[in-house]
Design a protein around this ligand. Structure first.
Ligand SMILES: Nc1nc2c(ncn2[C@@H]2O[C@H](COP(=O)(O)OP(=O)(O)OP(=O)(O)O)[C@@H](O)[C@H]2O)c(=O)[nH]1
Ligand SMILES: [Mg+2]
Length: 654
């Protein structure tokens, strides 16, 4: 059987990641062996390794109901189980967003969040922190029948009264597009679960792939978690159409609202035209069928506003069947492999790029700081050597003179140290002001106030005003922080200059820090919210209120997250701009002490002079070797990073 393209690509990517991780690990080991690491550097490397280790790749499947999302997931990823794992049938099948992933160390299971949780404002992301809120069903991966039974859970529904459904924001009597079925007795069918997470040790999931199956029939719009979090953060989104229905009005709506113009870019967005087997008419020639498929592809492409080459005609069902029966001609005919190839080409290189840039930046930074320590040591040793070589044959008076010179240097240094400590105290005051702007407590109370203002608002406008104010405040705090950051930077800049003049600090300006990305992230959320509310609010009724509040909670959660990241970034930046001076002070102190000691020793016995010179020469050689090793290790990491550019599997197996 032809080798699965996606699997090969993914394995190559994982191999690249683990090679990279090994190289970074070697670098860390070397730093520790050479005693060049400190707690902060070690922590940074640990974070980097952690990120490389559980680096996730998210692929989402989105479409109207019954277009074959679940079938396509089965065909692409789960054919090896010889069965249809995810339930796929006519009508609505998948009732809740379903994430398939693997978390190491956890038993295989299905984790289900009860639909009743929709009555509260808590978001799914928050619930993910509290396992006891979920129903956990262990699964036995050895028996595919039990697996199929367990997976059935995601399509479970139950009957409740209309009032109850309305409380969960799932039913609105004025809305004709209700996503639930109404029975004669006035009850309605609603999903049993709000969200499902399947923890499953599939080889690709083990390597960090996360698959998101979504329920159709615009159910996406009712779960803000999907629109604001899971879909925008997916590395690839597959949008599925079906050849038997063509492109319907609701297909176009789903496309426009959730995928098509998201963030204005189409990268990682693929359109699939499924069920082409419906066009395999036995009475037509292959060419005629081909023409028919091409025609449908170009009509669909036209309606969605994408290039025909970006629409992939497939038959998920026949593809699955062909893989299970090892039927090569049918697999070919299903055109599934072309889609898989494209998916991996979209997905993996773009992810690899992100990982590469992050790792490169981090490693370069660490390497630079280690190099500057080594450089400073080297020049210290050379200075001492020069001093001692100059002492050869000098009389005691001269030595006495040298000693008083060092003592003078030491006194000067101590004065400088006092100034430095004064700077540190101003620095910490400035830092406190900065963290007050970025404070999590203030933000949380902001969220609370907005929530209250929204609940009290009687009209759409009041709600919008409350939300707008929330965004204005969130942005303003970041703007204030940016001002404070500039102030700190200015102060540190002056200090860097002074250190540069007095102690030869190699850096002359502190690293810049930009808050643009937080503004951008907030703007992105604001855009998502405006887009969604322009549709939702037009028909705002009391029933929609709970939905609106849920949207707000998800938004607020994202903003809290942005602030958390900003706090962390700022904290790291502050440490980083202080670090070179601290290191310099420490190194300088060490250097002075060594000088003083060596002159003292020479003072006692002039014959130790030669020993000391030899000792210093050894030190010089070993620092030069360290610098060379550092260069080699960095080259090594750079080489493995470069692999990302040629992500063809062939290159990896070579
Ligand atoms: N003929 C044909 N039928 C297909 C194909 N793919 C899926 N189907 C059928 O279409 C129906 C719907 O498929 P699902 O996989 O449940 O669709 P879905 O998009 O997951 O639907 P929801 O879960 O309800 O949102 C099922 O009866 C499938 O057997 C295909 O390629 N060809
Ligand atoms: Mg489904």
């Amino acid at each position: 059987m032809a080798h699965d393209d996606l699997v090969t690509h993914f394995e190559a990517y994982s191999a690249w990641r683990s090679r990279l991780s090994n190289n970074v690990g070697d670098f860390r080991k070397w730093l520790n062996e050479q005693e060049l690491s400190d707690a902060q550097t070690d922590l940074r490397i640990q974070h980097l390794l952690d990120r490389l280790h559980d680096d996730k790749l998210n692929v989402a499947f989105v479409a109207e109901f019954s277009r074959g999302k679940s079938e396509l997931i089965n065909a692409i990823f789960f054919a090896d189980y010889g069965q249809r794992l995810l339930p796929s049938s006519a009508g609505r099948t998948t009732m809740c967003p379903t994430e398939l992933m693997y978390e190491e160390g956890r038993e295989p299971c299905i984790q289900l969040l009860p639909i009743e949780t929709r009555a509260a404002d808590t978001t799914t992301t928050e619930y993910k922190r509290y396992l006891d809120e979920w129903k956990i069903v262990p699964i036995d991966i050895k028996s595919s029948d039990t697996l199929v039974d367990a997976f059935m859970q995601v399509s479970q529904t139950k009957r409740v009264s209309m009032a109850e459904a309305a409380r969960y924001g799932l039913y609105n009597e004025k809305d004709e597009n209700n996503i639930v079925t109404v029975h004669g007795d006035g009850t309605v069918d609603i999903p049993c679960w709000r969200h499902a997470i399947i923890n499953f040790p599939h080889p690709l999931l083990k390597q960090g792939l996360v698959i998101l199956d979504t329920p159709g029939l615009n159910a996406i719009g009712t779960e803000p978690e999907l629109t604001l979090n899971l879909l925008p953060n997916a590395h690839a989104v597959l949008f599925i159409l079906a050849a038997d229905t063509g492109v319907t009005k609701s297909d176009i709506e789903v496309w426009r609202n959730h995928i098509g113009n998201h963030q204005g870019h189409q990268k990682g967005r693929l359109v699939v035209l499924n069920k082409i087997d419906g066009l395999w008419d036995g009475l037509k020639s292959d060419e005629e069928i081909e023409r028919e498929i091409d025609k449908q592809v170009s009509i669909s492409a036209n309606l969605l506003g994408v290039k025909p080459a970006h629409v992939f005609p497939v038959s998920a069902q026949k593809g699955l069947l062909a893989k299970i029966n090892h039927d090569e001609p049918l697999l070919e005919k299903s055109r599934l492999l072309a889609l898989e190839k494209s998916l991996s080409e979209e997905l993996i290189p773009s992810k690899q790029e992100i990982v590469r840039d992050n790792t490169q930046g981090e490693i370069e930074h660490i390497e630079e700081s280690i190099r500057s320590i080594l450089d400073a040591r080297l020049s210290g040793v050379r200075e001492q050597l020069e001093e001692l070589l100059g002492l050869r044959g000098k009389n005691e008076d001269v030595i006495e003179h040298m000693m008083s010179k060092v003592k003078q240097d030491k006194e000067d240094f101590e004065k400088g140290l006092q100034r430095f400590q004064a700077l540190r105290s101003v620095f910490s005051q400035q830092t406190n002001i900065l963290f007050a702007h970025l404070g999590m407590d203030a933000l949380r109370s902001e969220v609370k106030n907005t929530r209250i203002a929204m609940a009290e608002a009687r009209f759409t406008k009041g709600m919008l005003d409350a939300m707008n104010q929330f965004f204005i405040d969130a942005n303003e705090n970041i703007t204030q922080s940016a001002k404070q950051i500039e102030e700190i930077k200015g102060m540190m800049g002056a200090m860097y200059k002074k250190f540069n003049a007095d102690h030869g600090l190699s850096q002359t300006a502190p690293a810049p820090f930009s808050t643009l990305k937080y503004h951008k992230e907030i703007a992105r959320l604001e855009k998502a919210y405006t887009e969604h509310f322009s549709t939702v609010l037009n028909m705002l009724t009391h029933e929609k209120l709970s939905l609106t509040t849920k949207f707000f909670e998800t938004l607020a959660n994202r903003v809290v997250h942005i602030y958390e990241v900003a706090n962390q970034d700022v904290g790291n930046w502050l440490k980083a701009i202080m670090a070179p001076m601290e290191t310099q002070v420490r190194e300088h102190q060490l250097h002075l002490r060594r000088r003083l000691e060596s002159i003292k020793r020479i003072h006692k016995a002039t014959d130790t002079l030669e020993d000391r010179i030899t000792e210093l020469q050894h030190m010089e050689t070993s620092i030069l070797k360290q610098l060379h090793d550092l260069f080699l290790l960095q080259q090594h990491i750079a080489n493995s990073l470069a692999y990302a550019q040629e992500s063809q599997p062939a290159a990896v197996s070579a």
